[in-house]
Design a protein around this ligand. Structure first.
Ligand code: C2E
Ligand code: MG
Ligand code: MG
Length: 634
């Protein structure tokens, strides 16, 4: 056991041990202690000892410490060397004086004492060496018949026995040291293995999506680089396919997140199987989105592949008693290596986003999307600068009471001119939302609108202002605080502030927004649901949140004169709203005929070009003054 470690210790000690052996032997032989008579024999003895020492040194040098026989070969050397030493007194003690015998015995004892320590890593060698060097000499002395030498012989025996005991103890200590070191090394190696396994796990977590086991977005980019390097000439195009599970949030909402996770996992499994079969590479892009890369030779090939994905995904996913067959939006980008992987992924993503906007299930990244993207970047860049410079102004469009034609409120509509051109708020508001600029812009709009209201209320205290707010703004924890700060700062009546939230935004974020709407109402502010009819809100939601106004979307008003269905809808919605105490505003009224029909439906207010287009603040004040005069005249 532990041969290697023991040999290591022995190898360190052995050259010293051999050198001591030779030095002592030479001293004994070359010194003139015993007279010239035995010189020849002693030189012969020295030559034999030198040969044995050479053998031992050869074993030391030639065999590696991993050689399983090396320790035994050493033992052979030790035994022979011990035997040669044992012969020394036997051969020469006759010619020695008592003084020489004593000196020789002392030298032998000293030599074997040293060897006990130097050879203690191999107990057999230590014992053999001590026994062969001390005991034979002691026995020779005991049997010499000389009483003074006899006692020296006995001393030698006792000393030899003591050395043997020391050898055993030293060997034990060395064994236990080696054992301890082995244990420490084993623990260290276990720790290393443990650390390695943990490292592996961490890198697996870093590279893989936990839920599906697919690559994550980051490692997908590295995998794509490999795939690009491997592709052949026939399939020289990179096809990036972006898959989006439609309305996963509805699945989460209706059946719980556990079911949503189940659907994501199953989609992941389908994609993994496709990867195996087609040699493609799939990754989870984000929540309910996946990205794939396939090398193809033409557009037809990628469309065929998308057809396969659609077929494979057109299945029901079941968990417990719930079965759902989700729909998907797929966007793709086909290009060569000239475009970076992240840009190609972004293009596929933009294609799917466009598909979702236009309700196209499979949408290709084309020139139009590219131009839209460039415009988006351009607007983002200038929007940032415009927000810093507060380079916006507000227009105000009156909302009029149907029965009296008096101005009830103004809708505040933000305006931005970029390089002399007016940019539609529809366009730049969504850019601001997309790029995290809406909170700052929203605060600017809120400030300008409330400043305007404070000015209007000085003369017309009953006129309100309707301010459009986006969901991201409402989610911001500081929104209500900032609103209240403005209300206090300008000392306005909070009931004159109406917050407009579009119906689609409100319904798709109802969980997050309910609390904020309650807070706004607690602050005394009114809530309007904008573009009503474009989403799917229920009467229960309107009642529970105590919505103050609904603004029926322009699309229903446009055809109200020609489409009976729209007229009935508007009329029914108005009645329903009135039953829960919600007032109704018609948006986009452009003709007197529309207004006449709205009057029949008992709509409370209307807004539209018929009465006035959105106007500047000064014009809004003039409009109010004109209207006041007209009413006085009437
Ligand atoms: P919205 O809140 O539904 O605003 C009404 C839009 O309809 C306004 O367009 C207005 O000019 C237009 N409109 C009003 N009456 C008529 C009409 O009789 N005929 C026609 N053809 N159009 C009419 P605008 O100002 O371009 O605003 C478009 C959308 O941009 C707004 O829709 C609103 O969603 C958003 N927006 C405007 N200003 C802001 C704002 O300050 N903050 C936020 N978050 N969104 C805003
Ligand atoms: Mg509005
Ligand atoms: Mg609207």
């Amino acid at each position: 056991m532990y041969k290697y470690q023991r040999l290591l210790i022995l190898s360190t000690n052995l050259p010293v041990l051999l050198a001591i052996n030779i030095v002592i032997a030479c001293t004994l032989v070359i010194s003139d202690m015993y007279g010239p008579a035995s010189k020849q024999a002693k030189l012969t003895w020295l030559a034999i000892l030198a040969a044995v020492t050479a053998y031992r040194y050869f074993v030391h040098l030639y065999f590696s410490n991993n050689n399983k026989h090396k320790l035994d070969l050493h033992l052979v050397g030790v035994v022979i060397a011990g035997a040669v030493w044992a012969f020394y007194p036997y051969l020469f003690h006759q010619s020695m004086s008592t003084k020489e015998i004593m000196l020789t015995l002392i030298i032998f004892c000293g030599m074997s004492g040293g060897s006990v320590t130097l050879l203690s890593c191999d107990l057999r060698s230590a014992i053999a060496y001590v026994s062969l060097t001390v005991f034979p000499y002691s026995l020779v002395l005991i049997t010499s018949g000389d009483s003074s030498l006899e006692s020296l012989g006995f001393m030698g025996i006792v000393y030899g026995a003591a050395l043997c005991i020391t050898a055993v103890k030293s060997a034990r200590i060395i064994f236990s040291l080696i054992d301890n070191q082995a244990k420490v090394e084993a623990i260290a190696s276990d720790l290393e293995v443990d650390a390695y396994t943990k490292d592996q796990k961490i890198s697996m977590l870093e590279q893989r999506d936990m839920l599906t086991g697919l690559l994550n977005r980051k490692s997908f980019i590295s995998a794509v680089t490999l795939m690009k390097a491997k592709k052949n000439k026939q399939c020289s195009l990179n096809g990036f396919v972006h898959i989006d599970i439609e309305k996963l949030h509805n699945i989460n909402q209706n059946y719980g997140h556990q079911y949503g996770d189940h659907v994501i996992t199953k989609v992941g499994e389908v994609l993994k199987n496709i990867d195996k079969f087609y040699g493609t590479c799939s990754a989870r892009y984000g929540n309910d989105e996946f990205i794939m890369l396939i090398n193809v030779g033409s557009e037809e090939e990628i469309l065929e592949f998308i057809g396969t994905i659609k077929d494979q995904l057109a299945v029901y996913f079941q968990l417990d008693n719930i079965r759902v067959k989700p729909d998907y939006y797929i966007g793709y980008y086909l290009g060569d290596d000239s475009i970076s992987t992240s840009q190609a992924m972004r293009n596929a993503y933009l294609a799917v986003t466009q598909g979702k906007k236009s309700n196209i299930r499979v949408c290709c990244f084309d020139k139009k999307i590219q131009e839209g993207q460039q415009r988006n970047q351009y607007l983002r860049y200038h929007l940032k600068a415009a927000i810093d410079a507060e380079n916006f102004f507000m227009n105000f469009q009156p909302i009029v009471r149907c029965s009296t034609q008096e101005v009830h409120s103004f809708e505040a509509l933000v305006r931005w001119e970029l390089e002399g051109q007016r940019v539609s708020p529809d366009e730049f508001i969504s850019v601001a939302e997309e790029h995290g600029l809406i909170i700052e812009l929203g605060q600017l709009i809120l400030t300008m609108s409330i400043e305007a209201l404070a000015e209007i209320n000085k003369t017309y205290p009953k006129v309100s202002i309707s301010i459009n707010v986006s969901v991201i703004q409402l989610e911001d924890d500081d929104f209500i605080r900032y609103l209240q700060f403005l209300i206090n700062r300008y000392s306005i009546n909070p009931a004159n502030v109406h917050l407009e939230i579009t119906e689609t935004a409100m319904i798709s974020n109802i969980e997050k927004l309910t609390h904020r709407i309650i807070q706004a109402k607690d602050a005394g502010v009114m809530i309007s649901v904008d573009d009503f009819g474009t989403g799917f809100s229920s009467i229960a939601v309107l009642r529970n949140l105590q919505i103050d106004y609904i603004k029926i979307d322009k699309s229903y008003i446009d055809d109200i004169c020609s489409c009976e269905k729209d007229e009935s809808i508007v009329s029914a919605v108005t009645k329903m709203a009135h039953t829960i105490g919600t007032r109704v505003i018609a948006e986009g009224v452009e003709t007197n005929d529309q207004l006449a029909l709205l009057g029949q439906s008992e709509i409370d207010f209307y807004q539209g070009y018929l009465f006035s287009k959105p106007v500047s603040f000064i014009e809004a004040i003039h409009l109010l003054e004109r209207h006041k005069k007209q009413q006085k005249l009437a």
